[in-house]
Every structure is written in C-alpha cells, then in structure tokens.
Design a binder for this molecule. Structure first.
Ligand SMILES: Cc1ncc(COP(=O)(O)O)c(C=O)c1O
Length: 310
C-alpha cells in the first residue's frame, strides 16, 4: 500500500521507536517528535497536507478542554503558518484551574490558536458555521480527533511502519479508541500487511456500541479512500472493560498503571487515554511478550490531573 502520492505536511520524526518495556512491545507514538508528540501528529500530516494543497489558510477543529488533538493541531498550524480557531467543548465535568488552564489548554494558547470555550457540541457546531460563513473555502474543517478518511491514513502509515520494525507476528496491538481514526488506520494497515494480528481498541470516550458504529463507518470510508476491501471483523475487538465512570474521568486501574510505569520505566501514560488502554493489556507473560502497545501520548494532560495523581 503506497501513501507516497498523498499531500503530506512534514511535522513528525519517523520512524517512532519500537521498544521492549514492561514485558511487551511499545510503539512510541508518544515520541512522534512534534508539539509534545502523540498519535495526532501522523493524522495531521495528511489532514493539513491536504489543506495546504488546497491553499487554505484558516483551520477550525474541536475537542475537550484538555484535548491532545487540539493542542497538536495548534502546534501544526503554528509550524505551517495557518491560523487555528480551536473550539474547546466542556465535555468533562470539571471547572477547576488545573483542568481549564494547564496542560493542553495552556499549550494550545501558547501555540497561538484562538481558543473558544463552548458548553456543548451544539454550540461548537454553531460557531463552526459562523467561521465557515466568514472564511468560506479558505477554511479547513478538521473533525474531532482528526478522525476522517484522510486522518486515518496517518495510522495506516504507522501500521506499515510498525510492520517494517517487527521480527515476529504480534498476538495483539492494543490502542485507546476514542474517535477511532487511529484504530481504523491500524486495522487497515495491518490487514494490508497480511499479518493475523488482532487490534484491541479500548473504549475511553463512548460506550462500546457507539464506538463500534464510529469504527465501522471509518473503516468503510478509509477502505474506500484507499480502494481496498473493508477488513474482516475478526481483525479487531472493542474492549470496554476500562471505561470506568466516563470520558476524562480517571480509573483506579489506570492510575495504578501510570504510577507503576513511571516508577519502573520512566515512561508517562495519561489518565484519559493511554493508561486506560494499558490497563486492558493481557497479564499472561507469554501473550504479553507478543503484544504491541500503541503508546499514543497524552502526557501534557497529566498536569491537569495533578490532584488525582498526588
Ligand atoms: C493520547 C491519545 N490517545 C488515544 C487517542 C484516541 O485516538 P482516536 O481518537 O484516533 O481514537 C487520543 C485522541 O483522542 C489521544 O489524545
């Protein structure tokens, strides 16, 4: 599968390392080398590459107040000389200063985005329409999480890169699943590489049913974009065992994994995404050593969760 003819903005540092840590293989997308890293950088290379090819100067995107995606988009727009309107939705029931003003919220402003805080998705949609009326064709709309048929290409790319680094066929690739662009790209890329590896998506944003609907739609759209067949259902699993009380609310198991990995390996997980995914990994040592954890980053939000971590 060749992605080389796609418009792509050069942002990250590739390949990201594949390291053996804590009895499993870790694909260090947290070290993607740009704007505090994470899984959004590859998506943005394709999404903003397409915007630049269309000659667009203005960008709008959406996310929670502590969205890693919005922070990475702000950094990417700064690098590419684009103006970002970042619509921050109050999706998590917190209004304390750590949550509203530190971590990704702080960085998004530091990277020069205009940040608008709105109460809900309806208000976010209304504001996006106003921006569209103002900028017309000059506005690139980047979907929440950067998850559409173009953003998902970023993780077709990470799957192909992972395959080129592997000397064995993994039993599972484990990844946090929210807007599902990362998971959809991985499923399609690993199917193209013809490995039998199953992708386990760990639900952190919506229920398993809602996440499945999002994933199926993206698999179909991304396969269509690439002109390939939609991968069979046995190539992926959705796991809601670590969902806990809801999106953006830490779990005991996730917090325990943050502390354990920080103190034994010097590696940071985040409480919203990567720690919940990490807590879902099989404990059996034999299966574990054949598992790849997609470390999708999220470190900046640790500062917003200071009180939960203390
Ligand atoms: C740190 C981190 N991990 C995982 C995800 C999930 O990726 P996706 O939205 O592609 O499912 C996100 C984004 O929402 C994220 O910020």
């Amino acid at each position: 599968m060749d992605l080389s003819d796609r418009p792509r903005a050069a942002l990250g540092v590739w390949p990201t390392p594949l390291q053996f840590v804590d009895g499993l293989w870790m694909k260090r997308e947290d070290l993607s080398g740009f704007g505090f890293g994470g899984n959004k950088v590859r998506k943005l290379e394709f999404l903003l590459g397409a915007a630049v090819a269309r000659g667009q100067q203005h960008v709008v995107t959406f996310g929670a107040l502590q969205s890693n995606h919005v922070r990475a988009t702000a950094a990417a727009c700064a690098r590419l000389g684009l103006h970002l309107d970042a619509i921050a939705v109050q999706a998590v029931p917190r209004s304390d200063a750590d949550y509203t003003g530190s971590g990704n919220a702080l960085l998004t402003e530091l990277f020069g985005a205009t940040r608008h805080v709105v109460p809900d998705d309806d208000a976010a949609g209304a504001l996006a329409l106003e921006l569209l009326a103002e900028h017309g064709d000059d506005l690139a709309i980047i979907m929440p999480g950067g998850s559409d048929r173009i953003g998902a290409l970023g993780h077709v790319d990470s799957a192909l890169e992972l395959y080129s680094q592997l000397e064995f066929e993994p039993y599972e690739v484990v990844v946090a699943a929210s807007t599902c662009g990362t998971m959809a790209g991985l499923v399609i890329g690993l199917a193209a590489a013809e490995v039998d590896t199953v992708v386990r998506g760990v639900c952190v944003y919506h229920s398993r049913e809602e996440t499945e609907a999002t994933l199926r739609a993206l698999l179909a759209e991304t396969a269509d974009e690439l002109g390939v067949a939609v991968p069979d259902d046995d190539r992926w699993i959705l796991d809601d065992s670590q969902f806990g009380p809801g999106y953006g609310i830490p779990t005991e198991a996730g917090l325990a994994e943050i502390h354990r990995l920080a103190t034994t390996a010097g590696i940071t997980l985040d409480p919203v995404y990567s720690a919940k995914a990490y807590a879902a990994i099989d404990r059996d040592p034999d299966r574990r050593r054949r598992t790849v954890f997609m470390h999708t980053g999220g470190g900046p939000s640790l500062f917003a969760y200071r009180s939960a971590l203390a």
